[in-house]
Design a protein around this ligand. Structure first.
Ligand SMILES: [Zn+2]
Length: 150
């Protein structure tokens, strides 16, 4: 299996030459677990920033929201009430954890398939190579500038 060009699951979002950023999509298709990578070169180093939006486990519930009720109207009413109860429960649980532990627990997962993982690795390798070339060219130009010679 080879890395693809263009790469499935890796979206280039910005390219300023000495910095590039990509969005890595999640296998589940949700925008909530997109993973961002940012590769930057300055005169000292190349850095890779990896970030993912994190959430508390808001999906946990104490009341079943999808209870089957024969009456369609009552089923919808039940769903609204159950969601409200679960929402209150989750808010209370998070604040309770902050009170007793001093922190809230966050969680994030970005799921990659085999092809996407290969594309990710190749994109990262290529981006580092690209920004490094721009950085080295800039350093060379600076070293040959008339001002820097004494
Ligand atoms: Zn996901």
């Amino acid at each position: 299996m080879q890395a693809q060009q263009p790469a499935v699951g890796i979206l280039k979002s910005q390219d300023f030459g000495d910095s590039k950023s990509y969005k890595v999509s999640c296998e589940c298709g949700s925008n909530d677990c997109i993973h961002d990578i940012y590769i930057e070169a300055d005169e000292y180093a190349i850095t890779v920033h990896i970030s993912t939006r994190q959430t508390t486990s808001y999906w946990e519930s104490i009341v079943d929201e999808h209870r089957a009720i024969k009456n369609r109207f009552l089923e919808k009413q039940w769903y609204t009430i159950a969601r409200w109860i679960n929402g209150i429960y989750n808010r209370a649980r998070i604040t309770w954890h902050v009170w007793v532990k001093g922190y809230a627990t966050y969680e994030s997962t970005t799921l990659l398939n085999q092809q996407q993982a290969l594309n990710y690795a190749e994109t990262l390798r290529q981006a580092i190579e690209d920004v490094d070339k721009i950085r080295s060219d800039r350093v060379k130009k600076f070293q040959h500038a008339p001002d820097s010679q004494s």
